[in-house]
Design a protein around this ligand. Structure first.
Ligand code: MCA
Ligand code: AMP
Length: 553
């Protein structure tokens, strides 16, 4: 039994695995460092036995070393996002029952207090007493001779593919995010499917600009590249001009991004001088593959990208729980507005939500109108929601995972129609729960009620918008208005205060991409006869005041 991703490192030896900050790290080096760090995580233990290890690191070589070390030591990796405020980090750490925390020195001030409050073992990387990975691109013969002989390290546990490997947090229709647990076997099936479909090869080099707390960045763009023996070049945080320069350098063969990133790249191109425009467009045309996913790619962006670079972007569909499900063909026609066909090893069907009938399976329509919910089965489908047995069971229909996404099969191509729930938004490629934000906002004493919706946006897909019914009598804070004027605050002044206060308050509590970008104060929310808030009518409230259509940055 072996874990293909980790065991492949020895095979790829002196090839570059990671390029980060101008330094190049070989597979051999990654292998050695991750074994050393695994031994340190283990201490006197022989096996972490699926204990959860949460790590807070900027994307780069240290991140990969730590992720591999957790796996080599037999633990479950729980990646944390450096941009998240404390309450988001604390939620994940507590929900996943994390047993150990790891952070880079730069993020030490963020994680140490959280570890101390919980009395959790904590490993800062780079501080005295713990290993620092030096920036050594390639080992010279002398360095190699002096390096620690990894065979002398305490033996690392034997891993079987069924072992749980990763917990990623994803938003649902109810409450707080759920931990999606995948095993090594799930991850390997996901990676093998993409290597086959997209022809990953050791000669590839991907420019990596995605966050490393979601599947797209972790599995598609990082692990799959390493599984194939290719090179991952980190360019973080994403900056359109830097990305263009690297994409056009001639070094990069593969790029993967969310639609918002392609939109931002096109905007940077429009704003660049003529010489850069020509150089970028020409350079990018040499890439082997450019993929878009995580949210619907507007046809206008597909067409503009093709006009500028000659690339027909390959759009695919995935979900944290299933890995990747559908993809436009690598060799055949890439059809704009569609997500193609099921990927290798993926069983996929459409089920009519009204009567449960299967209306399409694979590429076979079974009804005149092949429209329904996407359901997926296969070795890459996740194992469980962490500690949520009931929700796990409810997410499956006789072994098929119910995605909640609706699609239609037309002329051999799947087209996504949208989600069945209005409470799931997608902004910048991030999945966001309206309910989670509403629950938080309602806990503010100045909020009587609220409703969160997604407003359509060219750039972001959707923008998070919150309609607030202020709690009467609470919005007179003396520090917001000149002394003595509190009682005389006009409605406009109050509404402005609501926006400012709730924006600041939310930023301290929510991941940046969940913070509402558009605020509206209303006297009451539109409800139906049963008292349920009508989300389409809430969107119309924003349209009525013009904010629904206006697109501030
Ligand atoms: C940031 N801003 C926003 C949003 N995000 N405004 C509106 N809506 C948003 N969603 C604001 C910031 O607050 C800031 O304004 C300004 O935009 C710039 O912010 P910054 O963070 O610098 O933006 P960015 O770095 O340009 O980020 C855009 C991004 C990022 C690079 C597209 O959102 C991103 O990396 N998205 C990828 C998400 C992803 O990987 N999803 C995959 C999950 P101010 O300064 O006023 O605050 S889905 C998945 O894994 C499944 C399996 C799948 O299918 O792939
Ligand atoms: P996440 O839970 O963050 O993994 O996001 C998965 C969701 O992103 C899916 O359920 C879809 O709603 C959406 N999604 C992913 N890829 C696409 C795509 N190409 N087109 C439309 N929606 C997509």
């Amino acid at each position: 039994m072996s874990i293909g991703l980790l065991d492949g490192a020895a095979e790829h030896g002196s090839r570059a695995a990671v390029i980060d900050g101008g330094a190049s790290y070989t597979y051999e080096w990654l292998d050695t460092r991750s074994r050393l760090r695994a031994a340190q995580l283990l201490g006197k233990r022989k096996d972490l036995k699926e204990k959860r290890v949460a790590f807070l690191m900027e994307p780069g070589f240290e991140y990969v070393v730590t992720q591999w070390a957790i796996w080599r030591a037999g633990g479950i990796a729980v990646p944390l996002c450096p941009d998240h405020p404390d309450p988001e980090l604390e939620y994940v750490i507590d929900d996943a029952d994390v047993a150990m925390l790891v952070a880079t020195e730069s993020l030490d001030p963020k994680l140490r207090p959280i570890a101390e409050t919980r009395e959790l073992p904590y490993r800062p990387i780079g501080s005295a007493g713990y290993e620092v990975v030096p920036i050594v691109p390639l080992l010279s013969d002398r360095e190699r001779a002096e390096a620690v002989d990894v065979t002398e390290l305490p033996r690392l546990p034997r891993l079987t593919p069924g072992r749980r490997a990763l917990i990623l947090y994803t938003s649902g229709t109810t409450g707080r995010p759920k931990g999606v647990v995948t095993t090594h076997a799930n991850l390997e099936a996901h990676m093998a499917s993409l290597v086959e479909a997209w022809r990953w090869a050791p000669e590839d080099r991907i420019l990596h600009v995605l966050p490393l707390h979601h599947t797209h960045g972790i599995v598609n763009a990082l692990a799959t590249a390493l599984y194939a023996g290719a090179t991952v070049e980190f360019s973080q945080p994403f900056d359109p001009t830097t990305a263009w320069d690297r994409l056009a350098s001639g070094d990069i063969t593969v790029f993967m991004a969310v639609p918002t990133i392609y939109t931002k790249l096109l905007r940077a191109l429009d704003e660049a001088d003529e010489f850069s425009r020509a150089r970028w467009a020409r350079g990018v045309s040499r890439l082997r593959l450019m993929v878009s996913g995580s949210a619907a790619l507007p046809v206008s962006v597909f067409e503009r990208w093709e006009a500028v670079t000659g690339h027909r972007l390959l759009e695919r569909y995935g979900m944290t729980e299933i890995g990747m499900g559908l993809s436009n063909p690598y060799e055949g026609e890439r059809r704009p507005g569609t997500v193609g066909q099921p990927l290798p090893r993926v069983d996929l069907r459409l089920v009519d939500p009204t009567d449960g009938h299967v209306v399409a399976e694979g590429l076979e329509p079974r009804a005149d109108q092949a429209t329904g919910e996407i359901q997926v089965r296969g070795p890459m489908v996740f194992a469980e929601y962490w500690k949520r047995r009931k929700e796990t069971a409810a997410a499956f229909d006789e072994g098929w995972f119910r995605t909640g996404d609706e699609a239609v099969l037309e002329d051999g191509y799947y087209r996504i129609l949208g989600r069945s729930s209005v409470d799931i938004l997608k902004s910048g490629g991030y999945k966001i729960s309206a309910v989670e934000i509403e629950e938080l906002l309602r806990s503010h004493r100045g909020v009587h009620d609220c409703a969160v919706v997604g407003l359509p946006s060219e750039e972001w897909g959707e923008r998070v918008a919150a309609a607030i019914v202020p709690e009467p009598g609470t919005w007179y804070a003396p520090d917001l208005t000149p002394a003595g004027r509190a009682a005389r605050m006009t409605r406009e002044e109050r509404d402005e205060a609501v926006r400012i206060v709730l924006d600041m308050w939310s930023r301290d509590r929510l991941a940046p991409y969940k913070v509402p970008r558009v605020w509206l104060c209303v006297d009451e929310l539109p409800r139906n006869a049963m008292g349920k808030v009508q989300k389409p009518a809430v969107k119309e409230l924003f349209d009525a005041v013009g904010t629904g259509r206006r697109e501030p940055r």
